[in-house]
Design a protein around this ligand. Structure first.
Ligand SMILES: Cc1cc2nc3c(=O)[nH]c(=O)nc-3n(C[C@H](O)[C@H](O)[C@H](O)COP(=O)(O)OP(=O)(O)OC[C@H]3O[C@@H](n4cnc5c(N)ncnc54)[C@H](O)[C@@H]3O)c2cc1C
Length: 369
């Protein structure tokens, strides 16, 4: 068993050696905006995570934090506005129109780009969800501005520029990207990369309405219906409180059952490293890491996973990381809070049995709370 300090010191944001006068018209662009994503009428949690991050940026820049809600008239939009204030927005821009009932790229891009052109935010943040990625790309292209995708850190440079940090070179390096020539500065962040902010006691704020200037005739995409995705509907890895994952050290596809058994005993979700997906042993929506899901559980148990940097970036937000690995020199022991050096194939059934014996369903709920 070993305890390690997981805080890796990182240099502060700063453009060493790059000096550039920002154009005068950049002064017209002010305030930090966060796109509040509605997913079948519910606000996606990544929007709240981004409001928390946006608040920090806005405070540093001494500007306002705004939420942007796009959707059809109805209860959902009202709830989204209220939630945006609860999580720190000073004001909310809304475009309310029946054409925005289901996500389609054209009307959403039109709504967002018109809003940006009118009110000129300096920073625009979106969640790196399927919808957010699609919208961010087309908004950035239409506005001809820079977009940094899948950021892991956001900060403000001494001249007020957004310093957007993300992994590069297959995750082995972090790079900080600046949009020096264009505005707004856009960035996407994956769910669970940023922590949830505190809810405000007395949320108040202004709502600014904007009209949608596109008609159904101008929209090529038509929504014919929705087919539920049975696999991803069951995998709620990103927001699970307890996650058990298996890696190549399990040796064979059937040994994943040992991970699933432990997950069931703990009322947890199960996940895996990338090679497990590449081998076809586990579906892609269970992959954890840089090119999979980012998780922030209270407890993460990794069995037979080496702890490569691309896996590490997806799990380091966990409160408690327990690693089970046969090799005492495995990199995962550099960032795990608890390390168990043993054969996972033999250890997992014993651990499952011990938990099953000790955890009644009532105690299991307590573990997750
Ligand atoms: C661009 C890019 C993106 C990537 N994205 C991801 C990503 O999102 N997620 C991800 O996970 N990886 C990702 N990878 C792959 C990553 O670099 C590693 O190759 C991968 O994480 C290794 O998976 P693993 O730990 O399961 O396997 P291995 O590295 O093979 O490690 C197996 C571990 O199991 C241990 N072991 C062996 N037998 C036992 C046993 N009986 N009991 C206990 N322990 C045992 C070994 O000591 C070893 O540490 C990415 C790579 C690239 C280049």
């Amino acid at each position: 068993m070993s305890t390690v300090n997981r805080e890796t010191p990182r240099p502060a944001a700063g453009r060493a050696g790059i000096k550039k006068e920002l154009p005068d018209h950049f002064k017209d662009y002010r305030h930090v905006w966060v796109f509040i994503e509605l997913e079948r009428g519910q606000v996606h949690s990544v929007s709240f995570e981004l409001l928390g991050e946006g608040r920090k940026l806005a405070d540093k820049l001494e500007v306002q934090l705004a939420g942007v809600v796009l959707g059809p008239p109805g209860e959902a939009i009202g709830n989204a506005i209220a939630e945006a204030f609860v999580y720190g927005a000073d004001l909310v821009y809304i475009v309310e129109a029946p054409l925005l009932a289901d996500y389609r790229n054209e009307p959403f891009t039109k709504a967002m780009t018109d809003l940006v052109a009118t009110h000129k935010p300096e920073i625009l943040l979106l969640g790196a969800t399927t919808l957010g990625r699609d919208l961010a790309g087309s908004v950035a292209t239409t506005l001809q501005t820079g977009l940094t995708a899948d950021c892991t850190e956001l900060d403000v440079d001494t001249d007020g520029s957004l310093a957007a940090t993300r992994p590069t070179f297959g995750g082995s390096l972090l790079c900080t990207i600046y949009t020096l020539n264009y505005r707004p500065q856009m960035a996407t962040v994956r769910p669970r990369v940023m922590p949830m902010p505190q809810r405000a006691d007395k949320p108040v704020g202004r709502v600014i309405q904007h009209k949608l200037s596109i008609t159904e005739d101008e929209i090529v995409t038509k929504v014919l219906g929705f087919l539920p995705d049975s696999q991803s509907a069951t995998a709620n890895l990103a927001y699970a409180d307890v996650v058990v994952a298996g890696g190549l050290g399990l040796g064979a596809a059937e040994n994943l059952q040992l991970v699933k058994n432990l997950a069931r005993a703990l009322g947890a979700e199960y996940g895996c490293s990338r090679p497990m997906v590449q081998k076809g042993w586990v579906s892609a929506d269970r992959q954890i890491g840089q090119t999979g899901k980012t998780i922030r559980p209270k407890l993460y148990i990794a069995a037979g996973i080496s702890g490569a940097i691309q896996h590490r970036v997806g799990v380091e937000g966990a409160d408690l990381i327990v690693a089970i690995n046969a090799d005492p020199n495995a990199p995962i022991f550099d960032f795990a809070h608890l390390g168990i050096v043993t054969d996972a194939i033999r250890f997992l059934p014993a651990l499952t049995e011990a938990f099953t014996r000790r955890l009644s369903p009532h105690n299991r709920d307590k573990l997750a709370s």
